[in-house]
Design a binder for this molecule. Structure first.
Ligand SMILES: C[S@@+](CC[C@H](N)C(=O)[O-])C[C@H]1O[C@@H](n2cnc3c(N)ncnc32)[C@H](O)[C@@H]1O
Length: 190
């Protein structure tokens, strides 16, 4: 059975073509950044954000090991400021943005994403999406503060203008212990 991460990636893979622009809003250990970098190919561009230097170091190592570092810009900055790091032509020109909320796996769990910055970052990401572009958010309600953040992301997705965006939510129906949720937003083609 597919995992919550596979579901997010499936939607992104369907949207991305070689040469596209993409954003990893939470680089972490670089798994999603590497996936995006493969999908956009050598002619594409990926911007990956994280507030922790050790996350960007881990991401850089993974990209170099996979031979895809050439098309990725690593940015040590909160994702709520992603717009500043992208070129002007990226506005409404990004085909995929991935958020994987929570804390850096293997870290001390003290640095987690927070609704106060996640919600402005989601607004910024939605404004970057091209027609047919996809934004994915993996939410983890099980850690302290995670349930509130998950609920806030859901409310954010529910209020998106339906003529501009389609928003979908996935959750496991038969798992205990607060399993992850996945929110998928697609910018409609006009
Ligand atoms: C679950 S991890 C991401 C995992 C990653 N996608 C991967 O493939 O390994 C969440 C990351 O969000 C980062 N983070 C927390 N607040 C942030 C913010 N305001 N802007 C960008 N990244 C943030 C954390 O430092 C952490 O590395």
């Amino acid at each position: 059975m597919k995992s919550h991460l596979d579901i997010a990636k499936d939607h992104v893979a369907e949207a991305l073509r070689p040469g596209d622009r993409a954003v990893d809003a939470t680089a972490g250990n670089g798994h999603d950044t590497a996936f995006l970098a493969e999908a956009v190919g050598a002619a594409g561009g990926v911007w990956a954000f994280d507030v922790q230097p050790q996350a960007l170091d881990a991401t850089r190592r993974r990209l170099e090991a996979n031979g895809v570092a050439d098309r990725v810009t690593l940015v040590q900055r909160g994702h709520e400021r992603m717009r500043e790091a992208l070129p002007p032509e990226a506005v409404e020109g990004v085909r995929a943005v991935m958020f994987n909320l929570g804390y850096l796996p293997g870290s001390d769990k003290t640095c987690t994403t927070e609704p106060e910055t996640t919600l402005p970052a989601l607004d910024a990401a939605a404004a970057l999406l091209a027609e047919g572009g996809v934004l994915t958010v993996v939410c983890y309600p099980g850690h302290p503060g995670g349930a509130e953040e998950t609920a806030a992301v859901r409310r954010w997705a529910e209020q998106l203008a339906p003529e501009r965006f389609g928003a979908f939510g996935y959750r496991f129906l038969n798992q205990n212990n607060d399993p992850p949720r996945v929110v998928i937003v697609e910018r409609r083609k006009m």
